[in-house]
Design a protein around this ligand. Structure first.
Ligand SMILES: [Zn+2]
Length: 321
C-alpha cells in the first residue's frame, strides 16, 4: 500500500526535527522545502560560480551599509567573474543547481524586464528558463516571478505588460529595489492587470520601510504575499491584521542581518511574527551574496535558539502548501 500523504508528512516531520537537533545540514538537504524569494540571477552558490570561473570567491564578512553597497560588492566580487550573456546564463544555471542540491520542491525565481530583453524577448527567454527547469529540477514546482524595479517608469512598464502576460509564463509579480524610490500606489494599474491575468501579487516592502507601509502596500495593491515585511513586527495591530487576512511574509534572515535590518539570528523579528500568527516562510533572497541556503537558514534559526524544531517544521509546511 502506498504511503498516505499524512504518513509521509509525519515521517518528513520527524526527519526534519531529527536533522535540526543533530545539526545535520546533509539531513536537512534531503527534506522537501520551498524557496519563495530568490532573485534568479543571484540565486546560485558562490562555490559553483567560483569553480566555473576558476577563482576563489570569498563571501562578504561584514554587513553592508546599504543596498547600493551590496550591489557594488556583487559586481566587484561575483559579476566580474561571469560577465555577459554567458556569465548570466551560468548564474541562472547555478540557481537551478543549488535548488536541486537543497531539495527545493517549490521554487519561485524572480526575473527583471532587462533579463527578458537581454535574451531576445519572452519566447526565447521562457524557453531557455524552462530548459533549465527540465534539466536540473524537473520534479520541482517552478514559479517564475516578474520583478519590477521600484524606480521604474510605471507607464512604460504598463505599456508592455500585455505582451509579457500574454505568454502566461509568469506566476507572480513583485516590486524590488529601493523601497523609497516612489509611492507604491503608483503600481496599481499594473497590479490590476496582473491580478486579472491570475498572477500571485507580491512586493518587497517593510524591509527598510515601516509596518504602516506594509499595510498600505497590501491594501493598495491587494498583495497576497510580502517579500520581507519584517517591519510589521513592530506593530501588534498590523501583525494581527496580516494574520487575519492570511498575508504571507517571505522572510530572509541572513539577508536582513547583512543589510542591517536585523541585528542577529537570535533576535530576528520572525519569532514575533510567528507568535502573532502571521504566515511566514524562510527564503534565500540572494544566495550568491548572502551565502546561505534554505537548509542553512533553518539551521541558523535553530542553533541561535530563536525557534524550536517543531516551529521550524511548521514554517516549512507553510512554504509547501
Ligand atoms: Zn529580495
Amino acid at each position: 500500500m502506498p504511503l498516505s500523504l499524512e504518513t509521509e508528512e509525519f515521517s518528513n516531520k520527524q526527519a526534519f526535527i531529527d536533522s535540526l537537533t543533530n545539526e545535520s545540514l546533509t539531513g536537512l538537504q534531503g527534506i522537501a522545502k520551498s524557496d519563495l524569494h530568490n532573485h534568479a540571477g543571484r540565486g546560485g552558490t558562490i562555490q559553483y560560480i567560483g569553480e566555473w570561473a576558476k577563482v576563489s570567491i570569498q563571501p562578504p564578512t561584514e554587513p553592508f551599509q546599504s543596498l547600493h553597497g551590496m550591489q557594488n560588492w556583487f559586481v566587484e566580487h561575483v559579476k566580474v567573474h561571469c560577465p555577459g550573456i554567458q556569465g548570466y546564463l551560468k548564474r541562472i544555471e547555478a540557481s537551478f543547481v543549488q535548488a536541486a542540491e537543497d531539495h527545493i520542491v517549490k521554487l519561485a525565481l524572480s526575473f527583471g524586464l532587462n533579463e527578458i530583453d537581454n535574451l531576445g524577448g519572452m519566447e526565447s527567454f521562457s524557453r531557455i528558463m524552462d530548459d533549465f527547469h527540465r534539466c536540473y529540477i524537473p520534479q520541482t514546482r517552478f514559479l517564475p516571478e516578474l520583478a519590477l524595479d521600484r524606480a521604474c517608469n510605471v507607464d512604460e512598464v504598463y505599456a508592455r505588460l500585455d505582451t509579457i502576460l500574454a505568454s502566461q509564463w509568469f506566476r507572480s509579480i513583485d516590486i524590488c529595489g529601493d523601497e523609497f524610490a516612489q509611492p507604491i500606489a503608483g503600481f496599481k494599474s499594473i497590479y490590476k492587470a496582473a491580478k486579472a491575468a491570475g498572477l500571485t501579487l507580491k512586493a518587497h516592502v517593510g524591509e527598510f520601510g515601516t509596518a504602516d507601509q506594509v499595510m498600505e502596500a497590501v491594501e493598495e495593491l491587494e498583495l497576497q504575499e510580502v517579500h520581507h515585511g519584517v517591519a510589521a513586527a513592530s506593530s501588534p495591530q498590523i501583525m494581527r491584521w496580516l494574520a487575519e487576512n492570511h498575508i504571507q511574509l517571505n522572510v530572509c534572515p541572513t539577508s536582513n542581518i547583512m543589510l542591517g535590518v536585523a541585528e542577529s539570528y537570535d533576535t530576528h523579528p520572525i519569532r514575533n511574527l510567528y507568535e502573532h500568527g502571521v504566515p511566514v516562510t524562510l527564503n534565500t533572497d540572494d544566495l550568491l551574496i548572502f551565502n546561505q541556503s534554505v537548509s542553512q537558514e533553518y539551521l541558523n534559526l535553530y542553533k541561535s535558539g530563536l525557534m524550536t524544531p517543531e516551529e521550524l517544521n511548521d514554517i516549512r509546511l507553510i512554504g509547501l502548501r
